[in-house]
Structures are given as structure tokens and as C-alpha cells.
Write a protein that binds this ligand. Structure first.
Ligand SMILES: NC(=O)c1ccc[n+]([C@@H]2O[C@H](COP(=O)([O-])OP(=O)(O)OC[C@H]3O[C@@H](n4cnc5c(N)ncnc54)[C@H](O)[C@@H]3O)[C@@H](O)[C@H]2O)c1
Length: 397
């Protein structure tokens, strides 16, 4: 194994390197000529990525992955000793909340116990995962005191478009000390369009506020949708009228399921941090998570659900990707089934042996709900006799 001038084998090891955040980041650094090793416990993904394929949809990533593997800049390891061999350790593992919506900080910190014996103080440790405030200080404690170079550089990409956004988005950089901050700024300067330096606390809040802000925006539009709908007024037309030539309303998003592994989770991390006094965050959760119930209640006013078949088109949590984590389409399906409806699922990208094709779903269902606005649904011809619930307004009739 040849070593770099600094004595390490790799420039970067990414812990959680085969995940939605770790993998595109590793590919980008490798494409810039850095020697990157992806360390992950997911053996299945390791085999897929090793063969030059992406295990999930990330547009424009696969050609770069193939190149990086071929030139030897990117490799994969599934055992933690490799952490000792890189100058920079980037941590991009998941940071979930528990069933009571409390952050699982301990679970995140425990991951360091698996490889902390391989860490040395001259390495730079970069936290890329979205963390609960104060986690970086906690990490110093877990690692056994002062002198560690710890940086927090949160990821802000939108899933599916990481390759484009890693280049375009400004990168927030913070460090527990100046040396960590400077080294992290130098590192991300290789891929990001702009570096924004802030303190650790500001970086933690910047990330959590960004996701909570987005989540609250979705809640506002979803609440408007529910009010319009209760009055039998077409919300698409109200929204269009609001935005037409009126810049102050121009950023109002379309109504729709606000789901996925980040927005709700990060809003709840912020709520936990503010002593559960984040009323807007909690309200946003009630509204966004309540939208499937609202849709079912509206259907129940019209139908005996035990006598109809409902098809949900789109099971991913976001358009044009294959990730179903925390998708509200499943919650909708569950509530419908609870009330006796027969429910069919379909998706353009996510695979599941229980899913049917969109054509079959249209044939089988009395009511069709658009769960997520995949582009493939834009030109669908849906017979007039079928009822459509289309929060995004993708279906043209
Ligand atoms: N997905 C996004 O679009 C996105 C965007 C911004 C920020 N984030 C944040 O980034 C973090 C990671 O999210 P993600 O979506 O990439 O999660 P993910 O589940 O896709 O990836 C995490 C990876 O870590 C690996 N892993 C878990 N435990 C491990 C261990 N002990 N050792 C080594 N590898 C381990 C998993 O196998 C997985 O491949 C989270 O904090 C998330 O909130 C995600």
C-alpha cells in the first residue's frame, strides 16, 4: 500500500461513506484528485458501489464514480481500521430521532467508540451529519479531552442533485479551534463555490434553522391547501393568483407531502433543543403529518372507503428519486386501509414487489392520489370518471 507524503495512505476517509450524503461527497473529492476511502458497514452497498453502480438515484454521479474507481482515487472498506490511514476523517452517518422525537445523540457518539482507537490528534475530524447542538463538544469528551481538531461542516444538498449542489452551494465551515476551521475551509474550498466561516454554534443553528424553515414553509402552504379545500376552493388557482406578479408571495411552495428523513427530524431536534418551546416547529409537524389524515377524512365524506379502491402514485419521499424513507405516502396508505379501503401502490423509481405499474394502478383504482410528483406522471391520461387527488397539480386533464 503506497503512502502519501504525509505518511497517510488516504487524504480522506468517510465514515458512512456509502450513504446518501457520504457517497456523493466522496465521489466529488475523489474527482478533484484526492485519495478517498469510503468506510461503511453496509456490505450490500459496498458490492454495488465497487462494481461502479450507484445504490440509489443521484443524478450525474455514476460516470464520476466509475472514473474515480478506475483511476484508483476512490476505494471502499468495511472495517474500521482504515480510519487510521487517512489524514481527514469525515463522519456522515445518520442522526435519527427516537420514537418520542428526541435526538439520539448517544447513538451518534457511540459510533466513535467503534473506531476512536484508530484516531490520532493530527487528523482533522469533520462532522458532516446534521447534529443536535453541542454534539461537537460532546465528541471532544468522548475522544478523551482537548487537542482534537474537530470541524462541523453540515451538508445542505437536496437528495438526487448532490453532485450539482456540492459545486453550487456555499459551504458552511466551523471548527472547535482555528486550525480545524482553516483545514476544513481548505478542504471544502476544493469543491464548493464559496466558504462561509462561522462558529460551531452558529453552524449547528444554520443547518437546523434551514431545515426547520423549509419544513415550516411546507406547513404554511399545506395549511392553506386544507383551508381552501374545506371551502371547496381550488388551492392551485389561489396560489397561482397569489404569486402572479407578486414577488412577496413568490416563494410559496406548492402543497404536498413534506416527508423524508431530514425535515421533520431536524425540526424536532431544534424543538428538543429549545426545551420543546418551538411552537412553530410543533405546529408545522401537526400540519404536515396531519395532511394524510385530512385527505382520508375528505374521502370519507364522499365514499364508504370499504367499497372503493385507492391507488397511490409515488411512494418515494420526493420527486424523481427512489428513496422511500419516511414517505408520507405509506402513512396515507395505512390510514386508508384502516378504514377498509383497498389500496395499491406504484412508483417510478422505488422498487418493491408489492408495487404495481402506474397503468395497472390507474385501471384498478376508483380514486388516484398523487403521492409525489414524479415527472413521469405529468403526461398521464387519467379517465374523467376516476377521482384524482393531486396536491401538486401535476396531472393535466
Ligand atoms: N439525505 C440527505 O439529503 C441529507 C441532506 C443533508 C444532511 N443530511 C444528514 O446527513 C446525515 C446522513 O444522512 P444520509 O441520508 O446520508 O443517511 P444514510 O442512512 O443514507 O447514510 C448513512 C450511512 O452510514 C452507514 N453507517 C451506519 N452506521 C455506521 C457505522 N457504525 N460505521 C460505518 N458506517 C455506518 C450506513 O450504512 C449508511 O450507508 C444525517 O445526519 C442527515 O440528517 C442528509
Amino acid at each position: 500500500m503506497s503512502k502519501l507524503k504525509n505518511g497517510f495512505v488516504y487524504d480522506i476517509v468517510i465514515v458512512g461513506g456509502l450513504g446518501h450524503v457520504g457517497l456523493p461527497l466522496g465521489i466529488m473529492f475523489a474527482s478533484q484528485g484526492l485519495k478517498v476511502v469510503l468506510y461503511d458497514v453496509n456490505q450490500k452497498y459496498a458490492r454495488i458501489v465497487q462494481s461502479g453502480k450507484m445504490p440509489f438515484i443521484e443524478y450525474d454521479a455514476e460516470p464520476l464514480l466509475k472514473k474515480a474507481l478506475a483511476c484508483g482515487n476512490l476505494s471502499i472498506q468495511t472495517s474500521p481500521e482504515v480510519v487510521a490511514q487517512a489524514r481527514i476523517v469525515i463522519v456522515a452517518v445518520g442522526t435519527p430521532v427516537d420514537e418520542y422525537l428526541n435526538p439520539k445523540v448517544k447513538q451518534f457518539l457511540n459510533i466513535f467508540n467503534e473506531f476512536k482507537r484508530f484516531l490520532v490528534r493530527k487528523q482533522l475530524i469533520v462532522i458532516r451529519s446534521t447534529v443536535y447542538p453541542h454534539t461537537c463538544e460532546q465528541l471532544s469528551r468522548v475522544l478523551g479531552g482537548r487537542g482534537w481538531k474537530i470541524a462541523y461542516c453540515p451538508e445542505r444538498i437536496i437528495q438526487g442533485y448532490a453532485i450539482r449542489e456540492l459545486r453550487e452551494l456555499p459551504q458552511i465551515v466551523s471548527g472547535m479551534n482555528k486550525e480545524a476551521e482553516n483545514q476544513a475551509a481548505l478542504l471544502f474550498g476544493k469543491i464548493a463555490s464559496k466558504i462561509i466561516r462561522v462558529s460551531i454554534r452558529k453552524a449547528e443553528l444554520t443547518k437546523l434553522f434551514s431545515n426547520a424553515w423549509r419544513y415550516i414553509q411546507f406547513a404554511v402552504t399545506n395549511q392553506f391547501y386544507m383551508i381552501s379545500n374545506s371551502l371547496n376552493v381550488d388551492y392551485q388557482k389561489v396560489r397561482k393568483a397569489m404569486m402572479d406578479g407578486y414577488g412577496r408571495a413568490a416563494t410559496l411552495p406548492s402543497a404536498g407531502f413534506a416527508a423524508g428523513p431530514c425535515l421533520l427530524k431536524d425540526t424536532m431536534q431544534l424543538a428538543a433543543f429549545s426545551n420543546n418551546n418551538f411552537l412553530l416547529g410543533h405546529s408545522a409537524m401537526m400540519i404536515n403529518e396531519g395532511l394524510p389524515n385530512f385527505l382520508v377524512n375528505k374521502l370519507r365524506e364522499k365514499y364508504d372507503l370499504s367499497k372503493i379502491k385507492v391507488g397511490i402514485l409515488g411512494m418515494a419521499f420526493k420527486a424523481d428519486i427512489d428513496d422511500t424513507r419516511d414517505s408520507l405516502s405509506y402513512k396515507l396508505g395505512k390510514i386508508l386501509r384502516f378504514h377498509g379501503a383497498k389500496v395499491h401502490y406504484s412508483d417510478e423509481y422505488a422498487q418493491d414487489h408489492t408495487f404495481v405499474t402506474k397503468e395497472k394502478l390507474l385501471r384498478l383504482s376508483d380514486v388516484v392520489v398523487i403521492g409525489v410528483p414524479h415527472s413521469a406522471y405529468r403526461n398521464l391520461k387519467i379517465p374523467r370518471k376516476k377521482e384524482i387527488i393531486d396536491l401538486w397539480g401535476v396531472i393535466k386533464r
